[in-house]
Design a protein around this ligand. Structure first.
Ligand SMILES: Nc1ncnc2c1ncn2[C@@H]1O[C@H](COP(=O)(O)OP(=O)(O)OP(=O)(O)O)[C@@H](O)[C@H]1O
Length: 954
């Protein structure tokens, strides 16, 4: 529904709205198309020219107005009425507007949609402008440039997520390779991290940072991964002009911003990293219009420091949001028990970038273990943390000059919470390294700071500093004096009203105030007539006649007004000075406060993970440099939580993909009926790896994980119609990425590869994918499939294990046990599941008959032919010329099929993989014959043996 937001103000309305009328010489219907541009429109066009890439909120009295294309864009985005105001170049000027007091809501919505907004304020009193002539325009200036990646306002930000601006630059290496520099800055907290990456990992790094806005030099605008992100993920992408990304000026810009003589203290930033950091600074300076946010020095985040999780895997595993974009239902939604916004943000950051160093992981796990072992300390700590407001964001607003009294109060309460936490830890015996360091940072805060703030701030605080009334009385003598004068004057007004009432013998006289008249006396019409006549007319001066009242003033009232307003103004000015003093005091401790804020977040995450581990029976994983992947009784945290709510148990399952000494890890081929729990099993093992390397306990009885450097998944079957890709195309693109990139240390989970196309195409692709994974990628992997034929691969590829999910029949109904065991599924139970889903009985019965026919005849035969034709070991073969009987194949064949078993084996009902082995057996038997050395009897026996082999393979 479209809402009408801005009725045109009534002509008689006094004050600010009148300025609109006097300024605007092009009111609707009055302008001559050929007339000159009105001064106001000329001013508007001037300001707009400097802010072409933003919607211009142009302040007119109590509204922000938008004109021309901006009006059309905003009206459509906000669902507000588009109207017209005068003409420009013979055309109507489209216009819409939002009231100032509700503008933040509209800003929020526009920013959420990826727009940038330039907020242009009136910077002088309209009365001042009028003094320059009736047609003069109020001076205006853009005071704020609001963009998705640079917002700091509490109500515009999600407390549980970082709000990152990401600058990307490219630097060509001497060898021709392009290296990308990435600088991620969260102005709302001051966090500033840089890293460098190659083209192959650019997208996964962007997915990890999950930026609210990306800025790039114009030359990079057409980079395919960026255009895709901007178009399909709707990430705001802002081009930077000038030399923003130039390596040459980068160092100078960083030094100037941080006031550094040299960049040595930042460690060795690469050329790409410093170019990106400088580009981010350039954009921040441009948008903050002179205000300097309290940014930390850029810290390097080596790409090899964290597990690489590509964008598709991140989305598929629903780590921080579901495929539909919601937090609820994601991993973080199910397991986040942090109690502070900063703790929540740190947890998201850690979960998005699992570590690669067993030592660093162990340090985090030590902190969690410490709190698991001390439940009462944990409870006490969490209670104190709950009282801690968002220190980092309040500090950032103060540093940008956008803070309010409540930000000072947040600082006060946050510092006190940090001190309380530090005091709690002073008594803790032998806290682990991570917590001891955090306690040190919390304790290092200047204790007098909170005391100063407590003494200065009133108990109840307004949102905006300009409202005043936030300084405690008794704190500042000068302020108290002004306030007394102001309040005294108000009492005098009340006394004056009483006196006039008495003198005129009426109770209907009121002393009122508005912006236009200031203080005035209002009486009903009949009373007013009296005041216009002697003797009253010598005292009362007529000001205005209303429909049913008249307004007057007196000399006494005018004098009083001057006294009152100057006392109020002076009190307010004094309060602003107190605010500035307090803000300066706080900012002098900026670095220490930031460290303490980070420390509180570290405490929060460790205690929250401990709470989770203790409450849900999670255990400490063992993480090292091996290629182990051994999980005992692992669970899926999100599915388990959902089942718990409906009172059902989750069945824990083991998983062992460990590589032996000097050997790559194993590949599990998982078959089982629909709805048995295959996808759950796949995902839970990937999530356990992520959680373990995040430094969390894991939902398993025991877990041993050798560092996973890259996590790949191909799960889910979402069409990606927005990108113009079919389900199958998406599946193949993601599978290709995995096969091209996965290595021995990777973990790969693949769900039903090949199901999106014709059966035999799909089966062939699935076969080839597993062979490639086994021979080339050599990664630890789980491959869930409905192609039971794939289980035959375990017979000839040494690192493949078959797993299946147990089900049982009960009175003809399928019962899922959700238990993963070694072996292959005997059948699919698809029809039973379809029956459970409520397919009509006639359809189920018909499907059963057809299945019996298909199983008996055609499909099996076709399958057998297909696999008999498949070139075996094409991936594993040392060279393309190696024949099927090459040494590796021979060895596997001999292990799997000793000659004595081949003769009497009935192969007729075996699957196609067995079939090819039987053919191989026949050929080997013929090759082994030496007719010249056989007696007639031996020749006869050999002939029978060959017949037998042939019969088995037919
Ligand atoms: N280990 C488990 N313990 C208890 N319930 C489970 C378990 N695993 C899965 N389930 C339940 O079974 C449902 C189906 O699981 P899942 O989607 O993993 O099956 P699937 O085998 O992948 O099915 P399909 O082949 O049809 O995709 C889950 O939503 C969950 O309710």
């Amino acid at each position: 529904m479209r809402k009408i937001l801005r009725p045109m103000p009534p002509a008689a309305k006094a004050g600010a709205s009148d300025d609109r009328a006097s300024e605007d010489g092009t009111r609707a219907g009055t302008a001559d198309p050929a007339a000159k541009i009105s001064p106001m429109i000329a001013q508007y066009l001037d300001i707009k020219a400097a802010h072409q890439d933003a919607l211009l909120f142009y302040r007119m009295g109590d509204f922000y107005e938008l004109f021309f294309e901006d009006a059309e864009t905003a009206a459509q985005a906000l669902g507000i009425v588009l109207t017209r105001r005068g003409k420009h170049a013979g055309q109507d000027i489209p216009m819409c507007g939002v009231p100032v007091e509700r503008s933040e809501d509209y800003l929020h919505r526009l920013i959420g949609l990826g727009h940038r907004v330039a907020v242009c304020e009136q910077i002088e009193d309209p009365a001042e402008a009028r003094k320059r002539g009736a047609k003069s325009v109020v001076r205006r200036e853009v005071k704020r440039l609001v963009t998705p990646g640079t917002i700091t306002e509490e109500h515009l930000l999600d407390p549980s997520r970082a709000n990152c601006l990401l600058a990307i630059t490219a630097v060509a290496q001497p060898a021709g390779e392009i290296r990308y520099g990435l600088a991620a800055v969260d102005i709302s907290t001051g966090a500033f991290a840089v890293c460098e990456t190659s083209d192959a990992f650019l997208e996964s790094e962007i997915a990890r940072i999950d930026p609210a806005e990306i800025v790039v030099p114009e030359a990079l605008l057409n980079l395919p991964s960026l255009t895709r992100l901007a178009k399909e993920d709707k990430r705001p992408l802002t081009p930077l002009g000038g030399d923003a990304g130039a390596a040459a000026s980068a160092e100078r810009r960083i030094k100037a911003f941080f006031g550094l003589a040299t960049l040595d203290s930042l460690g060795a930033l690469s050329g790409a990293e410093s170019a990106a950091a400088a580009a981010a600074i350039f954009y921040i300076e441009r948008t903050q219009l002179g205000a300097r946010p309290a940014l930390s020095l850029p810290s390097r985040n080596g790409r090899s420091d964290h597990m690489d999780i590509d964008a598709a895997t991140r989305a598929n595993l629903e780590l921080t949001r579901t495929l539909a974009g919601a937090r609820e239902g994601s991993l973080i939604g199910a397991i986040d028990r942090t109690v502070t916004p900063a703790g929540g943000r740190l947890f998201v950051e850690r979960l998005s970038a699992p570590l690669m160093s067993p030592d660093r992981i162990a340090r985090r796990l030590d902190a969690v273990a410490f709190f698991v072992g001390d439940p009462s300390l944990r409870k006490e700590l969490r209670a104190r943390l709950k009282a801690a407001p968002d220190l980092a964001r309040a500090l950032s607003r103060l540093s940008l000059g956008r803070g309010g009294p409540r930000d000072l109060a947040a600082l006060r309460d946050g510092i006190e919470a940090a001190q309380a936490v530090a005091a709690l830890f002073a008594e803790a015996s032998q806290p682990p390294e991570e917590l001891a360091a955090a306690a040190g940072s919390a304790a290092a805060l200047e204790s007098s700071l909170a005391a100063r703030l407590r003494a200065a701030l009133a108990d109840s605080l307004p949102l905006n500093r300009r409202d005043g009334g936030f300084v405690r009385s008794g704190h500042d003598d000068a302020l108290d004096e002004q306030r007394a004068l102001r309040d005294e004057s108000r009492r005098v007004i009340a006394a004056l009203q009483a006196r006039y009432c008495e003198d005129l013998e009426t109770r209907q006289l009121k002393l009122k105030h508005n912006h236009f008249l200031g203080y005035f006396i209002e009486v009903p019409q009949a009373q007013g007539e009296k005041l216009l006549r002697p003797p009253h007319d010598s005292l009362f001066t007529h000001r205005q006649t209303m429909a049913d009242a008249m307004r007057f003033s007196t000399r006494e009232l005018a004098e009083l007004e001057v006294r009152i307003s100057s006392a109020a103004d002076e009190a307010l000015a004094r309060e602003q000075a107190v605010f500035d003093e307090l803000a300066t005091l706080v900012l002098a401790h900026e670095a220490a406060i930031k460290r303490a804020a980070d420390a509180l977040a570290v405490f929060d995450v460790a205690a929250a993970l401990a709470d989770l581990a203790a409450g849900c029976g999670w255990t400490r994983p063992e993480v090292d440099h091996s290629l182990a992947f051994k999980i005992e009784s692992g669970r899926h945290p999100v599915v388990e939580a959902a089942l718990r709510e409906s009172g059902q148990p989750f069945v824990g399952n083991d998983c062992d993909l460990s590589g032996g000494a000097g050997k790559a890890g194993r590949i599990a081929v998982l078959t089982g009926p629909n709805m048995a729990g295959k996808s759950t099993y796949l995902r839970q093992n990937a999530l356990i790896a992520v959680l373990a390397q995040t430094g969390s306990f894991v939902p398993a009885a025991k877990a041993h994980i050798g560092i996973v450097d890259q996590l790949f998944s191909r799960v889910g079957a979402a069409d990606d119609l927005a990108r113009g890709r079919s389900t199958f195309m998406v599946e193949m693109v993601e599978t290709a990425a995995i096969l091209n990139q996965a290595k021995e240390r990777s973990l790969v989970i693949l769900d039903e590869i090949g199901r999106g196309t014709a059966t035999f195409d799909g089966l062939s692709i699935a076969f080839a994918v597993i062979e490639h994974l086994h021979a080339k990628n050599r990664a630890r992997a789980i491959f869930a499939t409905h192609f039971h034929e794939l289980t035959q691969l375990a017979k000839r590829l040494d690192r493949i294990d078959n797993l299946t999910v147990r089900v049982t029949d009960w009175n003809g109904e399928v019962v899922f046990l959700h238990e993963i065991v070694a072996g292959a599924a005997d059948r699919s139970y698809g029809i039973q599941v379809a029956k459970l889903a409520g397919l009509p009985a006639s359809v189920v019965a018909r499907a059963k008959t057809l299945l019996a026919d298909f199983e008996a005849a055609d499909r099996l035969a076709q399958t057998e032919r297909l696999v008999a034709d498949l070139p075996l070991f094409t991936v594993a073969a040392p060279s393309a010329s190696s024949p099927p009987g090459a040494p590796e194949a021979d060895k596997i064949f001999a292990d799997k099929f000793p000659p004595e078993t081949l003769a009497d084996q009935t192969l007729a009902n075996q699957s196609l993989a067995d079939q090819s082995f039987a053919d191989l057996a026949l050929r080997k038997a013929i090759d082994a014959l030496d007719p010249d050395s056989l007696s007639p009897r031996q020749a006869m026996a050999a002939l029978y043996e060959l017949k037998q082999l042939r019969r088995g393979g037919a």
